[in-house]
Structures are given as structure tokens and as C-alpha cells.
Design a protein around this ligand. Sequence first.
Ligand code: SF4
Ligand code: SF4
Length: 442
Amino acid sequence: MEKIKISKGFIPKLAGMPDTSLIKAPAPKTVGLSAMDIAYIRPKLLVKENERVLTGTPLFCDKRDTSIQYVSPGTGRVKKIWFGARRRLQEVVIALDAAEAFIQFDPVPKSDPNAISKQDLILRLKQGGLWQSLRQFPAKDTADSNHTPAMIIVSLNGNDLFSPHPGILMNREKEAFEYGLDLLKRFSPRIVVTARYSSLDRLGPVVAHITHQVPDTYPAWDPGVVLFHLKKSVEENTAWSISADHLVMMGKFLLTGQYPIEKVVTITKKGDKKPHFLTRQGAPIKTLAGSFHENSLITTGQFNGRLADITSHLGFFENTLNIIDTPGEEEVFGFIRPGSDKTSVSKTFLSCLSNSPKQVDGTLHGEERACINCSYCENICPNDLMPNFIMKALHSDEIETALEYGLLDCCRCGLCSYTCPSKIELATILSHGMDSYYKDKA
Ligand code: SF4
Ligand code: SF4
């Protein structure tokens, strides 16, 4: 196992770090399939309201490649089809039946993964709703099945500080994970499997498959950071990545011929000690979040998740909910308080002298201001970028300059926004810049 050294990033001392017990979440009455967390998709709806669907029935496909289908995570009736601004599809909601019935494919035996040809394997994954698990750099679009990537990065640790502990998944799904790894070898000559240092002791025999250990500094386990530190050639810029939970889904789907519905998630809120829940794909956020203070934000990541609408459902790529208090009022005499309870990168707060975990809240502590060239964003970026320079190039429509500064190496971790004392949403600006460039080029 190699160690990847990443000198920048952030080790936040946040309260609420999950323990590793697993609780069964209440059974939901609805499930949803979101089109909002699937980057670059141009969805084409395949069902109507009130239509009956099985688990695995295609609900929509991608107009760019209609063989890539997105399937129902439950059996029942299409209760609602949600459209957002400009009638963009947001979510298809299914009212669940009491019994589950699946679209059934032929299983591919574990003893002979080559029983299915590579072309049939690709088609099966596209029809089964799981091809989207494979993402292609630099923009993390759905992988191009005509491309042979120089490497595939398998990340065990999710995208958030509080993502589910991989040991829980690996103890339950070792066989499906190992089968998934065998399948990935059909797509690329190099499979890189990464895990955070602090995860290793609970992985059991799966630890033998870890090729690279990364530090616990956020976001060292992000595949975009791993790729940045491993790549040596231009070809590697179009590597693929997949998370361990999606690889397990892929393995289970091919072994059983049925779309896997189980999902392990974390739900972190102040005072809760046992945040790991066993639920199902597309579970309603309201059911998962339970009771919480009315002035709270629900996000799907501490630094880079979406602000979740309580009436929506968990997306395919989301496996954590952070429920964050928002006091809602300006801090009284905040400018002269020592800040011993603040989570901050800044050494100007007294909290930098203490190791005790701090509770995050949703207070912004001020409005956006002009860049003061403090370089905090440069000093924290895990991929050695200068987000302030990239932002200025994008604001001046100088896309070539932004690319020269490494725009496409941004992994959208959100640390630069978090650290910026001028409250500039750098990560959002860079992310929009990358999206516009990528869509124009496509
Ligand atoms: S530019 Fe910002 S969002 Fe992008 S990798 Fe660096 S710190 Fe993360
Ligand atoms: S952290 Fe904010 S204020 Fe400081 S250089 Fe970066 S963009 Fe400018």
C-alpha cells in the first residue's frame, strides 16, 4: 500500500463525528429519483404520473445517450413528477407498494465474470441504472463507454467529512465489492483503491485491496485530489472514478440481476451520537432528518453539499445529511469576542489554541466583500491552485488564462469558499466556470 502525501487541506475539529453503529431507518412511504445531482444530464422522461413501475423500471434517460437509463428505486405508482425552473426535470416520486417487485436481468456468476462480454456488460449497466456510477474527469461527467481510461479510482470514503464509515459497508458487502473490483478490470488496466488512514483498522480483509492510503486531512480522499497527486501523463486527465458504495451496487446488481435498494447514510445533528442509518435509495429527506430545530439548514455535505429541500429525496450520489443550526441573528459584540467556540481556519480566533471539537453553525459572519489578496485560499487548496487568480480570470472572461491556472484540476471541495475572509463563493464560481467550459466544448 502506497501513501499519498498531501500537504494542504484542512483538519477541522468538528463536533458530531459519527460512531460506527448502524440503525435501521423508518420505512419510507415514498422514494424519489432526482435528476438534480446527476451532472450534465439532459433528462428525457419515460413515465407519466400514476403509471405503475417496478424496482428497476427506467424513469428517465439521458438525451445525449438514450441507452443510459435512470431507474426506479422502488415498486409502486408514479405519484409526482417535479419540474423546476424552465421545466427542467427535478425529481420523479414513487408512492411505494407494500411488496417489492423487480425488473429481473440474468445474473452474472461470481465464478465467471467473463460470462458476459464487455459490450453486454456496458449495456447491462446502462439499462440497469448503474452506469452513472462511473464518472469521468476532468468534469466528472458520466463516463464515456467508448473510452479506455488510464486508471479508475475507487474511493472508500465518500465526499464529506461525515460520510459513512467504509468499514460498515465492507463488513456487510465484501463479496459484492470484490466482484465489483474484478468487473472494473474489464474497463481499465489500472485500478487505484484509496482509503483514509483512520478507516483502515475497521476494513477487515478488504484492506488487502487498498492500493493507496491518504491522510485524514479534508479532502485528501476525494478522487480529484488523488488523481492530481498521482497523474503523470495527459491521458490520465480523463481517468474515471467510482465510490465504494456504487461499486457494491454494481456488484450486487450483476450477481442478482436486480437493482439494489439498500443504502447506508449518515445523519448528523447536534447531540446525536449514532448517525449511521440503513435506509433505501431515494429515501425522503423528511423521514431521514427526523425532528430538528426550525432554524436549521439541511445540507448533503459540510463544505460542498447541496442545501436540501425538506420535501425532496436523497440523490443517487448523496449519502449524508448534515443538520446545521442557524442562530439567525447577528452575534452580539461578535467583533470583540475571542471566538473560542468558532470553527475557522483563521489563527485570529482563540479556538485555534484548543483541540476540542466545535459545533458548526450556518452563520455567515458578514456579507461578501472584495478580495483582499490574503492568499488564504491558495494556502489551503489541496490541488495547489490559486482560486483567487482563477476567479479573476473567469470574471474577465479569460477562459484560457483560467485553464492555464488549472481550472480543470479543481475538485470542487469547497475549502477555498470556507476559508475566504471576504465570503467569496470561490468554489461555486470555479465550478460554474468549469461547467460552462465543458458544456461549450461538448
Ligand atoms: S479551488 Fe477551491 S474548490 Fe477547487 S480544489 Fe481548490 S480549494 Fe477545492
Ligand atoms: S481567500 Fe478570499 S480574500 Fe483571500 S485571496 Fe482568496 S479570494 Fe481573495
